[in-house]
Design a protein around this ligand. Structure first.
Ligand code: GLC
Length: 410
C-alpha cells in the first residue's frame, strides 16, 4: 500500500525533486507534514531508503529560515476544492501552505536515521533551524508552548475541542474561509495575529509532540544536546503547570491570550501520557481513570478520538468531519507504548489487536468506528500503516502480528 501511494518526480515550476507517500488517493494527493513523519516510521520496516527520501522531501518543501509547511503541493498547486480552505499565501498558485502541522520531524528522524551517521548529519542543520524557528515564531509569549492558529495545524481538524474557540469559523464551516483570509492578510505573522485576535490555541497534542521532538533533538545533536533537553523540560513543565487539570486528571488546550483551558475531553487530553519525564502518578491517572474506563476511552476498537461521555462524541462517519469520535491508528501509536512501559500490557495488546482485526477485515482505512470496528472514510490510508510499528514491539503469540501478516501478505 505504501508503494502504491509513493509519488516521485520534479516540481514543474522549478524542477526540484520530490519523493513521498501521499496519504490516500484521490482525496489526499499532496505531502502532509505529520503524515509523512508517520509514513517514514512505517517505511523503516520495509525500505529505509524510502523512509529517508520521504523526510528529505519534507525538509526540501520548507524555507531556508527553518519553516516547514503543513502541506506541500509538489505535483500541482492546490486547486478550487482545497485552496480556499488552506493557509496559503495567495488563494491559488502556491506550492505549499504557510502554516505548520504538529512538528514531530525530529522524532521521525531519530527512528529513520538509527545509526546512519551520514543521514543524521545531512538533515541535522535543517532540523536545528526548524525547531529554532518554531520557538522564535510560534512561542509568542515565551512560555515554552507553541501556538497554532488554525484547527488543522494540529492535524485534528474538526475536533470538538475547537468548536467554541473558532465558532462560526470552525474548520468544517464555510466561515473557515474567512478565518483563512484574515490571517492571510496578516502574512501569517503569529505575533500580529495574537495581538489582534483570540482565535488561536496552545494545543496539548501539538506541544506533546514538540516536547518529544525536543527530547529527540537532545539525543541527535551532540553539540547542543543539553540545550534541547532544557527546552523540552520547559515545554513539559508548562504543560503540567498550565494545561493539567488536577480534578479530572486531564490536560486541556489553552485558548487565546487569556489562556483559558478548553474543557473538552479528546484524546489530545491523554497525549501527555507519552511524556516519560512527567510524574508517574499523573501518567497513571490518565490510564486508570480514562483509558481503562468504558464510559470514557475504553472501547471495542482502538482508542476513540473523543471521550464517549462527551455530548459531541460521534462514533460513525460524520460527513467528512473527522476527529469527532472514531479511532485512529496514530493515536494508539502514541499512547500504547507508554501503556506498555507502565505495565498495562494486556490492555495495550487488546487495543492493538482490535485495530489489527478491524484493518484485516476492512483494510487500512482513515479511521474506525470505536464501537463496531468498521473502517471509515479514506481507503488505503498511509498513517494507518503505523500498525506495523505497534506490532514490532509486542510479544509474538498475540493475534496482532498474524493479523499484520495477513494485511501485508494477503
Ligand atoms: C485530514 C486529517 C489530518 C491529515 C490529513 C491528510 O485532514 O485530519 O490529520 O494530516 O487529512 O491525511
Amino acid at each position: 500500500m505504501l508503494r502504491a501511494n509513493w509519488r516521485e518526480g520534479r516540481r514543474r515550476s522549478d524542477g526540484v525533486r520530490y519523493a513521498f507517500t501521499c496519504p490516500a488517493t484521490p482525496r489526499y494527493r499532496h505531502q502532509w507534514y505529520w503524515d509523512s513523519c508517520f509514513h517514514a516510521i512505517a517505511w523503516t520496516h520495509f525500505d529505509r531508503a524510502r523512509a529517508q527520501a520521504e523526510l528529505r522531501t519534507l525538509v526540501r518543501g520548507g524555507r531556508l529560515d527553518g519553516f516547514i509547511p503543513h502541506t506541500a503541493f509538489w505535483d500541482r498547486p492546490a486547486y478550487w476544492r482545497r485552496a480556499p480552505f488552506y493557509g496559503t499565501h495567495t488563494v491559488f498558485g502556491c506550492s505549499a501552505t504557510s502554516t505548520i502541522q504538529t512538528p514531530l520531524l525530529a522524532l521521525a528522524l531519530e527512528r529513520v536515521a538509527e545509526d546512519d551517521e551520514a543521514f543524521k548529519t545531512e538533515l541535522l542543520p535543517q532540523l536545528r533551524l526548524h525547531y529554532d524557528w518554531l520557538q522564535a515564531e510560534r512561542d509568542v509569549d515565551g512560555d515554552g508552548l507553541i501556538t497554532t492558529i488554525y484547527p488543522d495545524e494540529s492535524g485534528l481538524d474538526d475536533a470538538p475541542k475547537y468548536d467554541r474557540v473558532f465558532g462560526w469559523m470552525r474548520h468544517d464551516s464555510l466561515g473557515h474561509t474567512w478565518l483563512i483570509e484574515r490571517y492571510r492578510r496578516l502574512g501569517y505573522d503569529v505575533r500580529r495575529i495574537v495581538e489582534r485576535y483570540d482565535e488561536h490555541v496552545e494545543d496539548v497534542v501539538v506541544n506533546v509532540f514538540y516536547a518529544l521532538s525536543l527530547r529527540a533533538m537532545s539525543r541527535l545533536d551532540d553539540e547542543r544536546g543539553p540545550d534541547w533537553a532544557e527546552r523540552a523540560r520547559r515545554t513539559e513543565t508548562a504543560l503540567l503547570e498550565r494545561c493539567y487539570d488536577e480534578q479530572t486528571g486531564l490536560f486541556f488546550d489553552l485558548h487565546g491570550r487569556a489562556e483559558r483551558q478548553i474543557r473538552v475531553s479528546t484524546w489530545s487530553s491523554l497525549a501527555p501520557l507519552a511524556l516519560g519525564h512527567l510524574p508517574e502518578q499523573v501518567r497513571r491517572r490518565i490510564v486508570d481513570e480514562h483509558l481503562l474506563d468504558e464510559r470514557r476511552y475504553r472501547a471495542p476498537c482502538g482508542i476513540p478520538s473523543v471521550s464517549r461521555e462527551e455530548p459531541a462524541f460521534k462514533p460513525g462517519f460524520a460527513l467528512w468531519r473527522c476527529w469527532r469520535g472514531p479511532s485512529w491508528v496514530n493515536t494508539a501509536w502514541l499512547l500504547v507504548p507508554a501503556m506498555r512501559e507502565l505495565g498495562y500490557e494486556p490492555e495495550a495488546e487488546r487495543i492493538v489487536d482490535s485495530l489489527a482485526l478491524a484493518a484485516a477485515r476492512d483494510g487500512l482505512r482513515e479511521y474506525y468506528n470505536p464501537l463496531t470496528g468498521r473502517g471509515l472514510a479514506a481507503r488505503d490510508f498511509g498513517m494507518s500503516t503505523l500498525l506495523i510499528d505497534l506490532f514490532a514491539n509486542c510479544g509474538t503469540d498475540t493475534p496482532g502480528p498474524s493479523a499484520a501478516a495477513a494485511i501485508i501478505h494477503p
